[in-house]
Design a protein around this ligand. Structure first.
Ligand code: AMP
Length: 114
């Protein structure tokens, strides 16, 4: 199976500006930021999308949000606010089929999203 862009980042075959990493999760700056702060939080385990998460992934998904919370504080967007997004499949706007949580902040977000 061809590696996803994010798998290549995890395997250090592609560069990224990494802001967090442990044995289960990596987080790095989005290469095309949609906001002043735009970080992607990515589990190292290959899960294609939310459609593919399983009961056994509950702790991992929860941990992704705890990391988002910590990064929001580190980059000082926790008080003003921020947005966390999982895009799923074509209608959801997903382009990389390796689960990732977008952490966006540093500007006022509009609603509904485009
Ligand atoms: P999505 O459209 O939800 O699948 O999000 C994929 C995100 O990955 C987009 O916001 C892209 O800008 C971002 N992206 C694609 N390639 C890279 C890369 N090499 N390094 C960092 N972010 C990337």
């Amino acid at each position: 199976m061809t590696k996803t862009i994010f798998q290549k980042i995890i395997d250090r075959e592609l560069p990224a500006e990494i802001v967090f990493e442990d044995e289960e999760i990596i987080a790095f700056w989005d290469i095309t930021p949609a906001a002043p702060i735009h970080i992607l939080i990515v589990p190292k385990k290959l899960i294609t999308s939310i459609n593919d998460i399983k009961d056994e992934d509950k702790k991992l998904i929860g941990k992704m949000f705890l990391i988002a919370k910590d990064l929001a504080k580190e980059y000082k967007i926790n008080e003003n606010g921020f947005r966390t997004v999982f895009n799923t499949n074509d209608d959801g706007g997903q382009t990389v089929y390796h689960l990732h949580l977008h952490l966006l902040g540093g500007r006022k977000m509009s609603w509904p999203p485009g």
